[in-house]
Design a protein around this ligand. Structure first.
Ligand code: ADP
Ligand code: MG
Length: 464
């Protein structure tokens, strides 16, 4: 054999044997946790590549089971010279991934044939784009104005205004929306420009697949002819060295040819962990634009725009209520709005706050970051400059009673603890004391604007 002709069916049979042996050895429970999630990716040039769905499993295997795995594999196949474990997430949103799982049938593709359609990621680029993610559907406010302006500039320029454009921000804040909007706009203004939009996971998936079929030349070839390359959620390739390496080369080659790159991530280039230093610094060369957490004003504008779009007749005070309560991200705002609109059209009832409350009980809870009573006590005592121990002490002076009541009120509203439990945590007080505190604070919030603002501020601090 001048090159390792491998037969994938045979590898699969070997893998089945390895798994059977390991199962006998470690027992069903351990097998299920650590070995069942492993998939065979490829065996080429003496390198066996296995994939696992996450870092957690990878670490555990490397730490405890690598020898076991190796021994059993080598018993089956002594041509293996090296083992590699890669992470391939299997909960990818990309529908393509699901319809095209790594399968181990005998399909062989023409080696290094650039025309090979199986790798043409660019073919279905249009299908990847969400039609609703346009610039005109994007609501702009302080937190996202820089990102929006930068995205527009890139979409409208004939040349490359900054390279790369690096967008970052928390989940559900509109990064993917902006990238799709750029793609739509470029296609509209200049249909001959070639745009590729890919999630980093998908980039990795195609890369691994190309490796498996010894088709990396074709893989690279597709990027060479592109004008704009967008890679979404680049944090996913952290820790994946070979994918990073490939990405780095692709990136450099395109920048050298003055092609536009647009990258998104959940963190700034400097803060990306598990990404090589040279890559991080390279990513920060162009314009780095972050999307900040949404302000109340922007949340409300987004709700108003979306509500208008779906022609719901949700009253303004309900929208305000939602904008107050759901602070995490736009995706949750949309979810809440859709649920209320659907419900009201089904039952044909006028929407009000009470009904919204009932409908969104679960959402409202999960949207609040989990805080515990202790954190609340700590924050409140800091804020009012009282001792933490006074939260549970018997002192009854006004300076400590009010903060204590506020902390009880917040514990009731921000945690799922019961009244008696809350009472216990505040120096073994009775649950009626907690009820009294809650009522008192509600009353004061209604009466006194600056008191209300104080409480609101505390809620925000605890939730963010
Ligand atoms: P990310 O990629 O940052 O996690 P997405 O771009 O997927 O977030 O946005 C999540 C949802 O919120 C999408 O439906 C998107 O259309 C919507 N969205 C986010 N930001 C805005 C905005 N400023 N205006 C309108 N819709 C938005
Ligand atoms: Mg996204």
């Amino acid at each position: 054999m001048d090159e390792e002709e491998y037969n994938f069916n045979e590898m699969q049979a070997q893998w089945a044997a390895v798994r059977g042996k390991i199962r006998q050895k470690v027992g069903d429970a351990l097998f299920k946790s650590w070995f069942k999630p492993i998939s065979l990716v490829s065996f080429e040039s003496g390198i066996l590549i296995l994939s696992v769905p996450n870092q957690f499993i990878k670490t555990r295997i490397n730490g405890e089971y690598l020898d076991l795995l190796k021994d059993h594999w080598l018993n089956q196949n002594n041509n293996i010279e090296r083992f590699e474990i890669v992470i391939v997430k299997n909960n990818m949103k990309d529908s393509d991934f699901h319809s095209e799982p790594i399968n181990f049938s005998n399909e062989r593709l023409g080696k290094d044939d650039p025309k090979n359609k199986s790798y043409d990621i660019t073919d279905n680029i249009g299908a990847n784009l969400d039609q609703r993610f346009t610039f005109s559907n994007f609501i702009v406010g302080k937190p996202n104005e820089l990102a929006f302006a930068a995205a527009r500039r890139v979409a409208e320029s004939q040349d490359v205004p900054f390279n790369p454009l690096f967008l970052y921000g928390g989940v559900g804040l509109g990064k993917t929306h902006l990238m799709h909007a750029i793609a739509h706009e470029i296609k509209r203004m200049n249909p001959v420009r070639r745009v590729i939009y890919l999630s980093a996971e998908k980039f990795m998936y195609h890369f691994i697949k190309a490796l498996r079929f010894k088709n990396t030349v074709a893989f690279k070839e597709q990027f060479r002819t592109v004008d704009v390359l967008m890679i979404d959620d680049v944090q996913f390739i952290s820790g994946k060295e070979s994918t990073q390496e490939e990405f780095f080369h692709t990136f450099n080659a395109l920048v050298d040819q003055n092609k536009q790159l647009i990258i998104s991530a959940d963190k700034s280039p400097q803060d990306l962990e598990g990404i090589e230093e040279r890559m991080r610094s390279r990513l920060g060369w162009g314009l780095v634009a972050d999307i900040h957490p949404l302000t109340y004003e922007l949340r409300l504008s987004i709700l108003q725009a979306k509500s208008e779009k779906i022609a719901s007749n949700i009253p303004e005070n309900v929208l305000e209520f939602l904008a107050h309560k759901i602070t995490t991200n736009v995706r949750e705002l949309e979810g809440a709005l859709n649920r209320i609109a659907a419900f009201s059209s089904l039952v044909g009832k006028e929407v009000n706050i009470e009904m919204t409350h009932d409908l969104l009980r679960d959402l409202l809870k999960s949207s609040q970051r989990k805080v515990n009573i202790e954190q609340i006590q700590k924050k409140v005592s800091e804020h009012f400059n009282v001792k933490m121990s006074d939260m549970s002490s018997a002192r009854r002076s006004r300076t400590v009673v009010r903060p204590r009541q506020i902390a009880m009120y917040l514990s009731k509203n921000l945690t799922s603890r019961s009244l008696p439990e809350i009472g216990r945590r505040f120096g073994n007080r009775d649950h009626t004391t907690v009820i009294h505190a809650v009522k008192k604070v509600e009353e004061l919030r209604n009466l006194d604007v600056s008191f209300d603002e104080d409480v609101e501020l505390l809620i925000r601090m605890l939730e963010s």
